[in-house]
Design a protein around this ligand. Structure first.
Ligand code: FES
Length: 115
């Protein structure tokens, strides 16, 4: 079970409980299910509209999470991913702070999602 707290300066924080067992549900799909208004356009990792900042609220820290080449490219294009971030994700399994909500698959961890 994952606890996801969505936060935006224009809205009240909202914490939802997501079943992360299937490893197929993205943050964007959970946000839409709970009527959290994360902006998005393509829904397919192409435009960069759905950039979110992810912070661990868990004592064990962030879990690693796969970044596709497409997500890396778009995050680099919008200035949210550096070569150092890619190195950390690939070599040390340290996930980057910025992700695309339409690509980030929820894991079994408690996180803060700023949008
Ligand atoms: Fe376009 Fe996520 S909605 S990259």
């Amino acid at each position: 079970m994952a606890n996801i707290t969505f936060s935006n300066p224009s809205y009240r924080d909202k914490t939802v409980y997501a079943v992360a067992g299937s490893h197929t549900e993205t943050i964007l799909s959970i946000a839409r299910e709970y009527k959290v208004p994360i902006e998005f356009n393509c829904g397919d990792g192409e435009c960069g509209t759905c950039v979110i900042k992810v912070t661990s609220l868990d004592e064990k820290g962030r879990m690693s999470s796969f970044l596709t080449d497409k997500e890396k490219l778009v995050l680099k294009q919008v200035g949210k991913l550096t070569a150092e971030d890619i190195e950390k994700a690939g070599v040390s399994d340290i996930p980057p702070q910025w992700r695309l909500a339409c690509q980030f698959i929820v894991r079994d961890e408690d996180i803060l999602v700023e949008y």
